[in-house]
Design a binder for this molecule. Structure first.
Ligand code: NAD
Ligand code: 0WE
Length: 263
């Protein structure tokens, strides 16, 4: 029996088999959870339906997290199929592409800032608001995905760094707000992984090579590693943990200098 058996978990953020959300779905399925999925738009609908079927799920619902009505309807539809909800995975982040290429002060705009914070941070508390009622009395958990660019500067990560800093503060305030109801809220800070969200990024290959050589474990983070840690945080094994950001990055964040022979 897996450590998530009997748990019902909603996963937001599957776009491809490489998605971090797919690694989390795989681990949660393996540990016995029942899963439901959302997809961002019609272009992704049939793909996400296919993935869901592989994880034994026939619940797939549309959800652009910029749209409050779509968020509300996710939970009203889910409530028709499930009598409650034990977990929500938020694996969504977005800033307009031109904000992630070039000198931060030059390329950052009011509109790009607003979009990055709306899609990447506000959407997490928006899902919590809408899902709260279904999660009552079950000791459930919310989980989001963040990146070290929230606390250290990186070339080109730019306004996404600010949005992730906001998201991490969101984790702490949501944990405080929902803790009295038994709902835990945590984040996983993953090392860089080649996903769709990384595919348009200039020099991502070189960043992965650098990261591998400068990381204590000497390999790049995989979606399986993130999936396993995430499944743990969603489970009762993590019942004492809330408001926490857990690093799944091979130890990269703990170093002040990597290996001089490998740079
Ligand atoms: P991905 O492209 O596979 O997933 C991003 C998801 O966000 C997609 O499913 C996309 O549909 C969804 N999305 C974007 N805008 C949306 C909207 N308006 N409404 C609904 N969904 C929307 O990439 P990923 O790397 O798996 O990203 C998942 C999360 O992991 C993001 O929060 C990302 O910042 C974070 N993260 C990624 C890395 C990395 O290196 N890939 C590292 C650390 C954290
Ligand atoms: O959070 C992310 C990716 C976030 C992301 C990526 C895109 C590309 C396509 C957000 N919005 C967009 N918008 C697009 O139009 N990561 C942690 C991966 C990532 O992205 C970077 C990185 C890393 C690592 C961007 C610049 C530098 C490093």
């Amino acid at each position: 029996m897996g450590f998530l058996s009997g748990k019902k978990i909603l996963i937001v953020g599957v776009a491809s088999k490489l998605s971090i959300a797919s690694g989390i779905a795989e681990a949660c399925h393996r540990e016995g959870a029942e899963l439901a999925f959302t997809y961002q738009n019609d272009k992704l609908k049939s793909r996400v339906e296919g993935f869901a079927a592989n994880w034994g799920s026939n619940i797939t619902l549309p959800c652009d997290v910029a749209d409050d009505a779509e968020i509300d309807s996710v939970f009203s539809e889910l409530a028709k199929q499930w009598d409650g909800l034990d977990g929500i995975v938020h694996a969504v982040g977005f800033a307009p592409g031109h904000e992630l290429d070039g000198n931060y002060v030059d390329v950052t705009t009011r509109e790009g800032f607003k979009i990055a914070h709306d899609i990447s941070s506000y959407s997490f508390v928006a899902l919590a608001k809408a899902g709260r009622e279904m999660m009552q009395g079950r000791n459930g958990a919310l989980l989001t995905l963040t990146y070290l660019g929230s606390e250290r500067t990186m070339p080109n990560y730019n306004v996404m760094g600010l949005a992730k800093a906001s998201l991490e503060a969101n984790v702490r305030y949501m944990a405080r707000s929902l803790g009295p109801e038994g709902i835990r809220v945590n984040g996983v800070s993953a090392g860089p992984i080649r996903t769709l969200a990384a595919s348009g990024i200039k020099s991502f290959r070189r960043m992965l090579d650098y990261n591998q050589n400068q990381t204590p474990l000497r390999h790049n983070t995989t979606i399986d590693e993130v999936g396993d840690a995430s499944a743990f945080l969603l489970s009762n094994l993590a019942r004492g943990i809330t408001g926490e950001i857990m690093y799944v990055d091979g130890g990269f964040n703990t170093t002040a200098m990597g290996d001089l022979d490998e740079s």
